[in-house]
Design a protein around this ligand. Structure first.
Ligand code: SAH
Ligand code: SF4
Ligand code: F3S
Length: 441
């Protein structure tokens, strides 16, 4: 009988892409896709632990499966990803949810097929978490089953060496490992051959791509190589750490038409004292200087960022520095977070943790500041014609949707299917962060 899988994903694009790899593994074992948890033969949770609420979500949803597992003992429940890779997390998970069948981590995702076989032969749960390796077998192969056409994610590197003092990622993802350029190129070329129209290169800090291989092949060179292809497509990347963001990359963005003029450059905070405590290795002024260079070399370039409030010892004055920076940098949008202490990180042990009410007050004011900037930029779209890569049909709104080069979502009506096509829209409505318009032939 045919078996089916359902994957529940939390966290960043890296995880979304890794869920595509998990899907590839399950399909190779003969499983088919099933959207409803209650119909699936295996449910895989691909978890995140970047903030406490990400973990709470996963915990809540895994806990909710207890009943289902009782009624249907043949159901397999597997939990993997960043959450399980933390010290002691697998044991904690097993204790809390004894009905979970398989626990794996970030360094042995490729082993899931074997873990399933192992579980099928025994009653006891299979728990395998391995420490980070130099190079992970399988990291270089594309085993993904993709469902994101016309967009595709491509890993260029794994792990992170930066140890920002608040961040758990280096602990759960291990040290930086860059994929070989020829493998990345082969994957990108194959995707373009298949008709994908947008490729997003993924890494925690794409600017340090290749450093672990002696720096002979750099990230800007990689962009140049991929952009040798002559057909129309878009190339994006994330994330770029401002400390290593420099002239060469700006040059590559400016010169290669396919590289979108939208840069995600997480600044985190506007106070130099806080940035130092965060171990970010740049000042607010240095950051703004780089933004200026970028805007000069790439006119019209849009900028997005990540911001955090409530880092230990953050004063109202520090917070005001963040608000000021938001105004000066002119972000088209920003992801805003409340600092969440992560066990084992340097910041979690710092004195001066900020009370919840203060964090709440600051995040509200920050969101308002970011939104007012976004609204201003949106209204400038009215009446303009923009190019959208159509990527989906919204069943509820009965409208096609896609994004422009700068990441703005645009909706439009059409009788024909345009998914995977570049279309032009005349913008008639620009509310908040999304746009609506009519097709221009
Ligand atoms: N590698 C990327 C960031 C990946 S994590 C970079 O350095 O830019 C994505 C975002 O989550 C970070 O930019 C940060 O704003 C936020 N974040 C990370 N750890 C956090 C924590 N402990 N609490 C709150 N937000 C956090
Ligand atoms: Fe975390 Fe900093 Fe690494 Fe980004 S660069 S993943 S914030 S440690
Ligand atoms: Fe991503 Fe969350 Fe892991 S943000 S790298 S899935 S901790």
């Amino acid at each position: 009988m045919e078996k089916s899988y359902c994957i529940v994903t939390y966290g960043c694009q890296m995880n979304v892409h890794e869920s595509e790899k998990i899907a590839g593994i399950l399909r190779a074992k003969g499983y088919t896709r099933e959207a409803r948890e209650e119909e699936a033969d295996i449910i895989v949770f691909n978890t995140c632990c970047i903030r406490e609420n990400a973990e709470n979500h996963a915990y809540g949803n895994i806990g909710a499966l207890k009943k289902m597992k009782k009624a249907r003992p043949s159901l397999l429940i597997a939990v993997g990803g960043c959450m399980t890779q933390q010290d002691g997390a697998a044991e904690k998970l097993k204790k809390k949810f004894p009905f979970v069948d398989i626990v794996f981590g970030t360094h042995n995702l490729e082993e899931l097929g074997r873990l399933i076989d192992l579980k099928e032969g025994r009653k006891k749960a299979v728990v395998e978490i391995v420490p980070g390796k130099e190079r992970v077998e399988g990291e270089d192969k594309d085993i993904s089953f993709r469902t994101s056409y016309p967009n595709a994610w491509v890993n260029i590197m794994y792990g992170c060496n930066n140890f920002c003092s608040y961040c758990i990622v280096p602990y759960v993802r291990g040290r930086e490992r860059s994929r070989r350029p020829e493998n990345i190129l082969a994957e990108a070329n194959a995707l373009l051959d298949e008709g994908y129209k947008e490729i997003t290169l993924l890494g925690q800090n794409v600017n340090s791509y290749g450093n672990d291989a002696g720096g002979v092949f750099t990230f800007p060179q990689l962009l140049d190589k991929i952009c040798k292809r002559k057909e129309k497509f878009r190339l994006r990347f994330m994330t770029s750490n401002p400390k290593d963001f420099g002239e060469e990359l700006i040059r590559a963005v400016a010169e290669n038409e396919q590289v979108c003029n939208l840069i995600h450059l997480p600044v985190q905070a506007g106070s130099d004292r806080i940035l130092k405590l965060m171990n970010r290795k740049y000042t607010a002024e240095e950051y703004l200087k780089k933004v200026e260079l970028l805007r000069k070399a790439v006119p019209g370039c849009c900028l997005t960022t990540d911001l955090m409030v409530g880092f230990p010892t953050e004063t109202e004055e520090d917070f005001q520095d963040t608000l000021r920076l938001v105004k000066e940098a002119g972000f088209s949008t920003a992801f805003t977070f409340v600092y969440s202490p992560r066990a084992g990180t340097a910041a979690a042990a710092m004195e001066g943790q900020i009370p919840d009410e203060v964090k709440k007050d600051r995040i509200m004011r920050l969101v308002e500041a970011v939104n007012s900037g976004t609204r201003e930029l949106s209204s400038a779209y009215l009446g303009k014609t923009v190019e959208i890569l159509c990527e989906d049909f919204d069943e509820k709104k009965k409208l096609y949707l896609g994004r422009d080069e700068y990441g703005r979502m645009g909706y439009f009506q059409s009788e024909e299917n345009h998914i995977g096509e570049f279309v032009r829209l005349k913008i008639e409505e620009a509310a908040g962060i999304s746009l609506q318009g009519s097709l221009v032939k």
